[in-house]
Design a protein around this ligand. Structure first.
Ligand code: GLY
Length: 571
């Protein structure tokens, strides 16, 4: 291949930036963050379902804080929005405790069972077995959500776990009317649900998705939640519930053991913290790829004089930053307890300087030009909620069972719908997962290892304004949250942030996914002239944002207008 002089410059600077980790960092400009003693005096919650938001408000009214409310919201989502998250899945959260300013990342991500065998995800001819990766018990990692809820309550909450779980137990026991998203998700996955008797019994009515107005009860999950409420962590991971989970999984061809469940632990990790234009973004570290990618993109962009560029050029730089961050996502990232990652390098402003230099001012960089060491549209899966309480505690939680209704496998007698998070590992080298993401050895499946996630719950802390932000959306979580952060820093309010049109690039496939109307005709023409291939995509996430204006002390909450039943509420 012969290269033009400009491509030689690109390639040279990329090779220069692909070196070892940089030890030094530029002195950080400490952004001014609102005083930790400031209190809004009221609270706000934005979640994907009004029953879950109300559960959080109910627990706040009983004297709980944002972390108790998070337990109430997440556990209620397990009942009313099982297509997105639940006890059989896992979550990642970034929180800030007002009393001492403690910022921490709660990793309640699923882990691979000890007996994981990559061959189980291959067909006899060596091609990827997508069914094993996405449906049934082999696709399920050991859940982290129940442990995470117990951890949040015990270490950060004010109320007993039983009080925070009470709304979810009541809703599961007494029933609720499934919303249109849940009814559609069940209809979409009905063929898979029919494969497992306990799944069909739980989700199908007369063999079909429940009709509008059906009162729907979930007594098995109510019982499992009650045991969790009474016994805490052990109530799920040992004893009756654990035995039922393991026996159901093994009877259907899975490989979980009671030791896998008994060994599950929540991890607390230091969040990634990155300064950008007077704000500090506090976001998810590995085993999420989200925070590393967001930090890398912001580091690239902060060296670009965005104010001096026209719209198409600004978009061009954002896309090129996304492309480079996702290249690194594929090459380097995995579970920090299992792999060494060059995080010093990836998070260094010097590394970003090199990447920025490789961006031509008026031309797309084909992904094939970027040296490497190595989609599917997002459906109604994964969920995010944001909370700030009256004392200024804040928490961003993104929770998932992976694909819509996870593995579709309900463990008989527990009401627990298992995730299909094993597909988030790089199960077959060189083959993409359901989100079109590739991975390297760093994200290969190993017993006890956490699969890489895109979940990017984030806090954006400034002197005058703060945002708690996140979204579902598979690999697009990262770019949606990034665009939300940029919009907030540009001064947009919560409603404008969630409504803003979106675009996405993830290195491979080498295309820009665009929401209808995101670019005007002139910008579209200019981007196509630069060499971008624009690809219409729908749907786009379900962002839930709470903002706090420290000058007026006003809280604002907003839910993505793209889907029904999302509600932001301020109390
Ligand atoms: N299961 C989607 C994610 O964690 O990124």
């Amino acid at each position: 291949m012969s290269l033009s002089p400009r491509w030689r410059v690109v390639l040279l600077s990329l090779l220069l930036t692909a070196g070892p980790a940089f030890a030094a960092d530029r002195p950080a400009q400490a952004p001014a963050v609102a005083s930790k003693v400031q209190k809004p005096g009221h609270a706000a919650i934005a979640s994907a379902n009004f029953l879950a938001t109300n559960a959080g408000l109910e627990v706040l009214a009983k004297g709980g804080n944002a972390f108790d409310a998070a337990v109430a919201v997440a556990s209620t989502l397990s009942v009313v929005e099982p297509e997105s998250s639940g006890l059989g899945g896992g979550f990642m959260a970034v929180l800030r405790r007002a009393s001492d300013g403690r910022e921490v990342f709660i990793d309640a991500r699923e882990v691979a069972p000890a007996a994981v065998d990559p061959k189980d995800y291959l067909n006899p001819d060596g091609s990827p077995n997508r069914d094993a990766a996405l449906v049934g018990p082999l696709s399920a990692g050991i859940p982290g959500e129940p442990a995470g809820l117990a951890w949040l309550s015990e270490h950060y909450g004010k109320l007993p776990l039983a009080t925070s779980l009470a709304p979810a137990i009541r809703t599961a026991r007494d029933g609720f009317e499934p919303d249109s998203r849940l009814r559609h998700a069940i209809a979409e996955r009905a063929d898979d649900l029919r494969r497992w008797p306990a799944s069909a019994a739980k989700y199908l009515v007369g063999g079909k998705a429940p009709a509008e107005g059906t009162l729907w009860r979930d007594p098995d999950q109510a019982r499992t939640l009650q045991i969790l409420a009474r016994q805490g962590h052990e109530g799920f991971y040992q004893g009756e519930v654990a035995k039922k989970l393991v026996s159901a999984v093994r009877a259907a061809g899975g490989n979980w053991t009671e030791a896998d469940l008994a060994g599950y632990r929540v991890k607390e990790r230091a969040p990634i913290s990155i300064d950008y234009r007077g704000y500090r973004v506090v976001t998810a570290p590995p085993p999420s790829s989200g925070g590393v990618a967001i930090a890398e993109i912001l580091n690239i962009l902060r060296g670009v004089e965005m104010d001096k560029l026209d719209h198409a050029q600004r978009v061009h730089y954002v896309i090129e930053a996304m492309r480079r961050a996702f290249r690194d996502h594929n090459d380097y990232l995995g579970d920090p307890d299992f792999v060494k990652m060059p995080l010093d390098m990836l998070l260094s402003p010097f590394y970003a300087d090199g990447l920025r230099q490789s961006i031509l001012p008026d031309q797309a960089t084909p992904s094939s030009m970027l040296p490497t060491s190595g989609a599917h549209d997002p459906g109604p899966h994964t969920t995010h909620f944001s909370i700030i309480d009256k004392d200024g505690n804040m928490i961003a939680v993104t929770s998932t069972v992976n694909y819509t209704l996870g593995s579709t496998f309900v463990a008989a007698g527990t009401g627990v719908l298992l995730n299909d998070e094993m597909d988030d590992f790089a199960l077959v080298p060189g083959k993409p997962n359901v989100y079109g993401l590739l991975g390297s050895k760093a994200n290969a499946p190993v017993g006890g290892k956490r699969m890489l996630s895109s979940m990017s719950p984030s806090l954006v802390l400034g002197r005058d304004r703060t945002a708690v932000i996140g979204s579902p959306g598979g690999s697009t979580i990262i770019t949606q949250v990034l665009e939300g952060i940029l919009a907030f820093i540009d001064g947009k309010d919560a409603s404008a942030i969630v409504a803003q049109k979106r675009f996405h690039h993830q290195f491979l496939p080498d295309r820009v996914d665009v929401e209808e109307g995101v670019f005007d005709a002139a910008t579209t023409r200019e981007l196509e002239r630069m060499g971008y291939s624009l690809h219409p995509r729908s749907p786009w996430g379900f962002m839930n944002v709470v903002t706090w204006d420290h000058r007026s002390n006003a809280l604002d909450a907003a839910s993505d207008p793209r889907r029904p039943s999302g509600l932001g509420k301020v109390q």
